[in-house]
Design a protein around this ligand. Sequence first.
Ligand SMILES: [Zn+2]
Length: 318
Amino acid sequence: MNPGLYVFDFRFTEYFQMTIKPLLEEGKDGELIDWLKDISLLRRGQKCTNPDCQGTKPMEWKRARIVDKFHWSCPLCKKKVSIRTDSPLAEFHCSFKIILETIVAWCDGISLEEYTKENKNVKGVIAKRIYSTCTAATDWYMQTHPELTLLGGENSVVLVDTYPDGCMTTTPHNNNYTKRVLCVADTSHMPARIWAQLIDNKILDYQKLAAVVVGHIRPGSTVVASPSLYPLLHGVKGMAEVISVEALMALDPVDYQRSLKNLETIWRTTVSVCQDIQNTSNAEGEQMLRELEWRQVFPTPLSQILHDLAAHATAISS
Ligand SMILES: [Zn+2]
């Protein structure tokens, strides 16, 4: 992720200040853990796996001289189990405090490199695992909420463009970019809601492309299309209007590309992600695009990502 892309300091949000910060203070371990149970990041109960005990008494919550300060203990066979067992936090081998700080850094859009360089308390491999788990949760969320990628509608202006060709940025870019991305932005939301997908250059069928675009735009929208997409979209039925970026530019003063500058502002975050995915695998790139979509839906994402981490873990374990 480019530095400065999503950067917003969530340590100053009310949610962090009121809910999380007090729990990270010394001696608040018990309350922090209770809260993690409340938001389903830790389990509320555990059954002993010993065949002799199964189905009888549930395990008991006990204080212990370990990093997590507690464990589950079987009242019958005395077997001990980590309080992280079967929880979304099981694979994050560091304190709960560091896990939360790392999730906040991910929300803030701090790059993994920058975060691990400044935080010597967290191992790079663990921070990376936490970051990728957050991204995977956003990916899952977007895939299970397809309605969020249906954009526009009456009185909405929807932009349709491609990167790196197209009009998404006026900054000259590297011509070696191999990944082409189809991008749709609904400007009736603030920030604009995005739907973006990699286009395979080899099987580029323009009719199919037009159908894919239209499948993500609600009838009644005003569509602003890049010059290369305009010929495909201008005859599409059901839209209020289809305008080309060139037609918008014709209205600009000769000395200032106002339309292009406006478009550039709306597309800035999307362009940044489109650049970042150039050096990743296609699967990774698609996942980063869905993270972008999710972040545009949840611009203050801390409580949402905690919820989605728990929901995603439940979904993949069932
Ligand atoms: Zn037991």
